[in-house]
Design a protein around this ligand. Structure first.
Ligand code: NIG
Length: 404
């Protein structure tokens, strides 16, 4: 792979020497700007970062002409593996039928479960692969993808294998999560006991390091079912939880107690719970594209950030509540509706989610880190938050190779 040299760039290094772990408080606003910098990429990694760097004579030169060079986006919460569509129910939603009513009537997540069960592993992998290609164009170089539309062991494993297959020839990085508690088949108590006893063991056997997830909500899993499942799962797996999307049922304190890696959604979270979460080691993940598409409710991410919370921002790409894979859109909405500053949204879309996913080799432009880089069309990074609906990304470098 030839070396690459970026010249004349406004560098957002996100480097804070000596700091480890997630960025919180003031550090969440630090972009580590080098106004006129150069970056040398060699062997898939960042080889040099400075105002002037020495480069081999055969390095491919990219003149940034003063534009912003920054780390690739890390989208840490998606349901990007699915089949079918939800256009009919979207029309119902436009006519005022709430998300949870559609779910209660057997639509929503269940509609996608039916389509996923009918699809082959190959079809699931192919459609996910198309979405991954689109994500890369928008600057997403690392993405988390959940299962959760299987609802039985066979179909959950089919989804996880499809995710692995789609990831295998993509130049970015896919981190799979086993969302084994997304909804229920029949009584939630019986179903969650089956998942905890049987499905978890099967998934653990084939995917021993995978994170597991559940949706704590009316019409989905109760706090008790989640706690029982996570108490068992956390012996071998990192745990994540969807909670406080529509209702605050008391899952946040339990997630903190269980040392969950993250709690995701938080639109309905109380200030007390957000404060407790901010003081813990658990990440808060906010998903503002969901508010835009579903019901115009947004998490108080600024409040959480101001209390020192470990914050991440993601698209929640899925066919029901957030049909988008655009991290720039998530940034633009987080700044408008969640109370974040553009710089906070940028750190929450790059460095912090990489930490959440346990990928400490990326998320900043520092020597030795994986070269996942974006050259924007813009000279001012605030344009990322300002522009709506366009693609601000010009050049994408992934694992050291120019892919766009
Ligand atoms: O995070 N809320 C639960 N899961 C997804 C929605 C999935 C769907 O509607 O298909 C979410 O919003």
């Amino acid at each position: 792979m030839p070396s690459l040299l970026f010249r004349n760039a406004r560098l957002l290094t996100l480097a804070l020497p000596g700091q480890t772990g997630p960025r919180r408080g003031k550090a969440l606003r630090e972009l580590g700007v080098l106004p006129h910098g150069e970056v040398l990429v060699a062997d898939g990694k960042i080889a040099a970062v400075a105002e002037k760097v020495d480069a081999p004579a055969d390095a491919e030169l990219i003149d940034a002409a003063g534009r912003v060079l920054m780390p690739g986006f890390v989208d840490c919460h998606t349901h990007a593996c699915w089949a079918g569509d939800r256009l009919d129910e979207w029309e119902k939603k436009l006519n005022g039928v709430p998300y949870l009513d559609i779910l209660k009537a057997g639509g929503g997540i269940y509609a996608t479960v039916r389509a996923v069960r009918e699809a082959t592993q190959k079809q699931l992998a192919a459609s996910l692969r198309e979405r991954l290609t689109e994500m890369l164009r928008g600057g997403t170089t690392t993405v988390e993808v959940k299962s959760g539309y299987g609802l039985n062991t066979e179909a959950e494993l089919k989804m996880l294998r499809a995710i692995r297959r789609a990831a295998s020839d993509w130049s970015g990085t896919v981190v799979a999560t086993a969302l084994l508690g997304h909804a229920t088949e029949g009584d939630v108590e019986d179903y969650s006991r089956m998942v905890t006893k049987e499905m978890l063991a099967e998934v653990s056997r084939e995917f021993p390091d995978i994170a597991v997830d559940a949706f704590c909500e009316k019409e989905a899993w109760t706090v008790e079912a989640c706690v029982r499942f996570f108490e068992k799962a956390r012996k071998h797996h990192p745990i994540r939880v969807h909670t406080d999307q529509f209702n605050s049922l008391g899952m946040i304190p339990e997630a903190i107690r269980l040392h969950a890696r993250s709690v995701d959604h938080l639109e309905a979270a109380s200030k007390n719970d957000l404060t407790a979460l901010a003081e813990s080691n658990t990440f808060g993940v906010v998903l503002p594209c969901t508010g835009l598409h579903t019901d115009q409710r947004f998490a108080k991410a600024g409040f959480f950030a101001d209390r020192g919370g470990a914050l991440a921002l993601a698209t929640n790409c899925n066919p029901g509540s957030s049909p988008t894979h655009s991290m720039p859109l998530a940034i633009a909405l987080a700044v408008r509706f969640c109370g974040l500053l553009p710089a906070e949204a940028i750190v929450a879309a790059t460095y912090n989610p990489a930490q959440l996913l346990g990928l400490t080799d990326r998320g900043s432009i520092e020597v030795g880190k994986r070269a996942d880089l974006l050259l924007l069309r813009h000279k001012d990074e605030r344009q990322l938050a300002y522009e709506l609906g366009g693609n601000p990304v010009d050049v994408v470098v992934c694992g050291g190779a120019r892919v766009q």
